[in-house]
Design a protein around this ligand. Structure first.
Ligand SMILES: [Fe+2]
Length: 255
C-alpha cells in the first residue's frame, strides 16, 4: 500500500513523497529543492531510501545532491539523460519494470519536453507520475523533441486505464483550464471540471491528482486525433494528428 504526499516547491512545482509503510521505504520524485523534503522527512522521522527523476531540468533535480549527501539514497533516473543528471545509481529505460518504494513500476519513455523524459506508472496503485509530459488540462512545452514525438508520448500515456490517478510536475491547472475553455467552450464536462478546479484553487488546494479517464475527454492536447473535435474547434489540421497537436501547442504557447 502506497501513500503519496504532495510537497509544494519553488513557485509552482510539485514534489511527490512516496511512503510504503509495510516495507518501511520512502522515496521522492523530482525534488526541485531539498529543503521542503528534509523538513517533511524530519517531521515524520523517516529515512529517504530513493530519489527518482523524470527528466534533467533543474526544477526537478535541484535537490538531488543535498538529499543524496544527507540520506545516502539511491538515485533512479532515465538512461537517456545520463549525461545531464549526476550520481545516478540505477538508469531506467522504456518499458522496463522497476521497484520504486517497493512497488512494481513501469517506465514509460515520453520524449518531447526533453528527449530523455520518462514517466512512472504503477499499475497496482493505479497511479502515474507524469513529470512535465502530461499536465492537468495541458502538456509540457516541446523543448527538445519534435511535435510528433510529444504527440506520440501523449498517446502512450492516454493508452493507460481510465482509473489512473495522474500526478504531474507543476500546478499549471488554472492557466491550462483558461486555454482549454477558450478552445473548447461547448464541452459540458470541461465546464463542470473547471468549477471543481476553481473551488480547489480558491481554497489553496492542489488540483493533483487528476483522473486520466476524464482527462481523455477534456484535455485538448489528448484529442488531436479526434476529427470531430478538431473540426468543431476550428483547427485546420484534421486527419493529421501530430499537425493538429502542433497547431494546438502553438495556440497555447501564444495564448
Ligand atoms: Fe521540465
Amino acid at each position: 500500500m502506497l501513500d503519496v504526499f504532495i510537497i509544494n516547491a519553488l513557485s509552482d512545482n510539485y514534489i511527490y513523497l512516496l511512503r510504503n509503510e509495510d516495507k518501511n521505504i520512502t522515496s521522492v520524485i523530482d525534488p526541485g529543492e531539498a529543503g521542503p523534503v528534509i523538513k517533511f522527512l524530519n517531521d515524520k522521522s523517516w529515512h529517504l531510501n530513493e530519489v527518482i527523476n523524470t527528466h534533467h531540468h533543474h526544477d526537478h533535480i535541484g535537490g538531488n545532491r543535498e538529499l543524496l549527501d544527507i540520506y545516502k539514497s539511491k538515485l533512479i533516473a532515465p538512461s537517456y539523460e545520463n549525461k545531464r543528471i549526476s550520481n545516478v545509481d540505477f538508469l531506467v529505460s522504456d518499458d522496463e519494470t522497476v521497484n520504486i518504494t517497493g512497488i512494481s513500476t513501469k517506465v514509460l519513455h515520453t520524449p518531447g519536453h526533453t528527449l530523455g523524459h520518462v514517466c512512472f506508472y504503477m499499475p497496482e496503485e493505479k497511479c502515474l507520475f507524469s513529470g512535465d509530459t502530461l499536465f492537468y488540462l495541458g502538456c509540457g512545452r516541446v523543448f527538445e523533441g519534435t511535435m510528433k514525438q510529444m504527440w506520440l508520448s501523449l498517446v502512450k500515456l492516454r493508452s493507460l486505464p481510465d482509473d489512473t490517478s495522474v500526478y504531474c510536475g507543476h500546478e499549471y491547472t488554472l492557466s491550462n483550464m483558461k486555454f482549454a475553455n477558450y478552445i473548447d467552450s461547448q464541452n459540458t464536462l470541461l465546464n463542470k471540471v473547471s468549477l471543481e478546479i476553481k473551488n480547489k484553487r480558491n481554497k489553496g488546494l492542489p488540483t493533483v491528482p487528476f483522473n486520466l479517464g476524464i482527462e481523455k475527454k477534456i484535455n485538448p492536447f489528448l484529442r488531436s486525433d479526434d476529427d470531430n473535435f478538431i473540426k468543431s474547434v476550428g483547427l485546420r489540421s484534421n486527419n493529421n494528428a501530430s499537425e493538429a497537436f502542433k497547431e494546438i501547442r502553438y495556440k497555447k504557447d501564444n495564448f
